[in-house]
Design a binder for this molecule. Sequence first.
Ligand code: AHM
Ligand code: MG
Length: 337
Amino acid sequence: MVQPTTLGEFIVENQKDFPFATGDLSHLLTSIRLAAKVVNREINKAGLADILGAMGQDNIQGEAQQKLDVMANDTFMRALRSMGQVCGVGSEEEEHYISFDDDIHREAKYVVLMDPLDGSSNIDVNVSVGTIFSIYRRITPTGTPVTLEDFLQPGDAQVAAGYVVYGSSTMLVYTTGNGVNGFTLDPSIGVFCLSHRDMQIPKSGNIYSVNEGNYVHFPQGVKEYIKYCQQFDAASGRPYTSRYIGSLVSDFHRNLIKGGVYLYPTGTMAPNGKLRLLYECNPLAFIVEQAGGTATNGKQRILELQPSELHERVPFFIGSPEMVDMAHAFLRRYEEE
Ligand code: AHM
Ligand code: MG
């Protein structure tokens, strides 16, 4: 029987492709892999914990039930702190960045930005959720405490990024700038196995993903693009299909595989959109570009934006390159009028 390549083997085999590799990044990815398995286990028993909670018990272990997004944050923080490669972490769950300020971690080269449990409002209804992460080399010298400047780097400076989707199966997808690879968790042995080698997003597709409840608040160019997606045109396969889970990682993952476009534009209710540049948009933008796709704020590449704050929001257009281009054409046309 042919043995699948495991994530652990893949990380080690590909370490040589990484410039200046000392093994630190490999160790860091190993911590993320471990935390992902722990979070996966907790999410899988969330429904059961609710039943026991409703029966007056706390949860299976008899502990008070912790909110899953807090649990995911704690789990990833602990895993990232447990090894010596990370000097600080910015998280959606934390107002300020966390500095790992001790003798060992001050010497570390990397900072991590993460959304530990994206789409967590979906857990109650058994819909897939995800973790998103982004890794940078620090700018400040090693041996000193990390500063905000280390986190506010443009996405082009990322050395690695990835996501975990806790879905009908659990997958970890990541890039270190040499293409995108996906690993599916085999729950029977607790190992991520290489299942999607060198992922490429189709140049075009027939899926558009947007929260159409916000339609009346969108810029005219976005409204017109949505109408274009809905119009009949046999040659280009329209109308497109509308698919919106409301869980960014899942919506992105589907479009990456099938081809499609995801939009979270500005709106009168959300002047900068909703999604966060540093730990939602940048990592997915790095992945999509590595897979041959495009990610912009409607005008500029996401990866070129200079962040100004940790929890900054930006409008987000991501997916198959020809579809994002077409959305841009509509934005430009209606901006000019
Ligand atoms: P969260 O980080 O608070 O979970 O919010 C991000 C989520 C994304 O997963 C999803 O794409 C988006 O919010 C959905 O927002 P909306 O409900 O406005 O469509
Ligand atoms: Mg989020």
